[in-house]
Design a protein around this ligand. Structure first.
Ligand SMILES: Nc1nc2c([nH]c(=O)n2[C@@H]2O[C@H](COP(=O)(O)OP(=O)(O)OP(=O)(O)O)[C@@H](O)[C@H]2O)c(=O)[nH]1
Length: 133
């Protein structure tokens, strides 16, 4: 990978519970988009496959074991430059139990109508609008 990439790949998960509610978490203040609500996930590291990066991020952030077989590719979004962030969103309806916020973020399960009322990271708002309500 080049030292100054023009884009970075971020993987994120739209995780739905049995009632069709969506899991979202709040970004820590002080980080890019601090205080905004987002899908769990993070940057894909060099030499990592995107789905494996997502499984790793969800384990690190929420102590949840996501089954890659239950991941479905959903939508892409792109934002900014130098580098552009390309967000690859997956969905899963795997029933996971209660997440543990290992990094201390607030989190919750939201209907899509509730989710759009939250302060969302801009790409997340675009991505959410793609789901049927
Ligand atoms: N994880 C995640 N990142 C998102 C979302 N939407 C969005 O714009 N981003 C942006 O994508 C980038 C991902 O950064 P991250 O901080 O979550 O990734 P990370 O944990 O691997 O990185 P770190 O080592 O910098 O903490 C940030 O610029 C973040 O603001 C989203 O829904 N989930």
């Amino acid at each position: 990978m080049q030292n100054n990439p023009t884009w970075i790949l971020v993987v994120a998960l739209a995780l739905f519970d049995a009632e069709g509610r969506l899991f979202l978490q709040q970004r820590p203040t002080g980080k890019h988009h601090g205080g905004m609500w987002e899908f769990p996930g993070g940057k894909v590291e060099a030499s990592e496959k995107p789905a494996n990066a997502l499984v790793r991020e969800i384990a690190e952030e929420l102590a949840l074991a996501i089954d890659p077989v239950q991941l479905e590719q959903a939508f892409f979004a792109e934002e900014g430059s130098d580098p552009a962030v390309v967000l690859n969103l997956y969905t899963s309806r795997q029933q996971v139990g209660v997440p543990q916020s290992l990094e201390g973020q607030a989190w919750g399960w939201f209907t899509l109508a509730e989710a759009v009322g939250l302060p969302l990271a801009p790409m997340d708002r675009k991505l959410l609008s793609r789901f049927d309500r």
